[in-house]
Structure formats: structure tokens, C-alpha cells
Design a protein around this ligand. Structure first.
Ligand code: G3D
Ligand code: MG
Length: 173
């Protein structure tokens, strides 16, 4: 089977959406890389159980410009990665109060998403700031899956995309 899916990365500013995408696409973490001009999406192929998935992954290039692009951005998305920052509890609240509701407003209820707590590498230094159990519970209550990633070390980044892609493919077949 060959699949083509549009995937979107959403969440508050500076949680690491662009860094996660850079890690996934180029297997790189660069502090100076700023994807702010021109590029709105990138492509990557992912091997899954019964074939290949050609992913087009859309990233928010600048939060301000996003407001005008919203419809375009969500249009046709088969799945979403909903990202918050494990070192900033308010970003989890923002995801629940703003990003999740917005997503359900623009996408069908049954469109799969994965909830990501990013920057897990920092948690080893500073100790836990957000309640992982809460995040797990929220994801579960929406039929979703919670995973903690680090764009810096690469931990669980591919797994997050893989889990989402599998869920979309399962639904499509
Ligand atoms: P955004 O696209 O969601 O706005 P960015 O977020 O990818 O631009 O990342 C915001 C900042 O967080 C960047 O730092 C980036 O290097 C850092 N960051 C992203 N992911 C991780 C991670 O997994 N671990 C750590 N330690 N840092 C991360 P700057 O300093 O450039 O603002
Ligand atoms: Mg970004």
C-alpha cells in the first residue's frame, strides 16, 4: 500500500515544533535554525507495516502569519501532532484550552492526533514541571496517545510520527 497523508504540527510558540520537524526530517538539532521564511511544509517517507506513507508535514511559520493561514493550514490534514513544552506547564494548559478545541473546530472529530510533551532532555536536569499523568489522562480521554520527546537528543521523535502515521493508516484501511 502507498499512502499520502498531510500531518500538521500545532501548539504554542517555542515548544519545539520546528525542532521536532528538523529532527525528524534531517536528524539534526540546530539552535540557530529558524524556519520562518518560505517553507511551510516538508516531505518525508515512512515505512509502515503494510507499505509506505508519504508524509507532508506542515509547520507553523510564525504565529502571527498563522492567523491568516489557519484554514489553509488545517485543510485536508489526516492527523496532528499536538505539542507542549514539558518545562512550561502553561503550554500544556494552552494546548487543552486553545489548540485542541481549535483543532476539533477545523478537523473531523475522528482525525487522529498524538499529544507530545517535548524537551524531556531538560527534565532530567530541572526535575518534572508538568504532571505526565494528567497529559496521559487527557490523551486517553480523547482516544489519543501521549509521548514525551526530545528534539535535542532525538528521543521518541520518530516514534511519535510513526504512531500517528499508523493510526491514520489503520483508519484509512
Ligand atoms: P516552535 O517551532 O514550537 O516555536 P522551536 O519551537 O523549534 O523554534 O524551539 C524553541 C526553542 O526551544 C529553541 O531554542 C529550540 O532550540 C528549543 N528546543 C526545541 N526542542 C527542544 C528540546 O527537545 N530540548 C531542548 N533542550 N530544547 C529544545 P532557542 O534558544 O533557539 O529559542
Ligand atoms: Mg517554529
Amino acid at each position: 500500500m502507498e499512502y499520502r497523508f498531510k500531518i500538521i504540527l500545532i501548539g504554542p510558540g517555542a515548544v519545539g515544533k520546528t525542532s521536532i520537524l528538523m529532527r525528524f526530517i534531517h536528524n539534526k538539532f540546530s539552535k540557530s535554525y529558524k524556519m520562518t521564511i518560505g517553507v511551510d511544509f516538508l516531505n518525508k517517507e515512512l515505512k509502515i507495516d503494510d507499505g509506505i506513507a508519504r508524509l507532508t508535514i506542515w509547520d507553523v511559520a510564525g504565529q502571527k502569519r498563522f492567523r491568516f493561514m489557519r484554514k489553509n493550514f488545517y485543510s485536508g490534514a489526516a492527523g496532528a501532532l499536538l505539542v507542549f513544552d514539558l518545562t512550561r506547564e502553561n503550554t500544556f494548559q494552552e494546548v487543552i484550552r486553545r489548540w485542541y478545541p481549535e483543532m476539533t473546530q477545523f478537523l473531523d472529530k475522528d482525525v487522529p492526533f498524538i499529544l507530545i510533551g517535548n524537551k524531556v532532555d531538560l527534565i532530567e536536569e530541572i526535575g518534572s514541571v508538568t504532571d505526565s499523568e494528567n497529559a496521559k489522562k487527557f490523551a486517553k480521554s480523547k482516544g489519543s496517545f501521549y509521548i514525551e520527546t526530545s528534539a535535542k537528543t532525538g528521543q521518541n521523535v520518530e516514534d511519535a510520527f510513526m504512531e500517528l502515521t499508523r493510526r491514520i493508516a489503520d483508519q484509512a484501511s
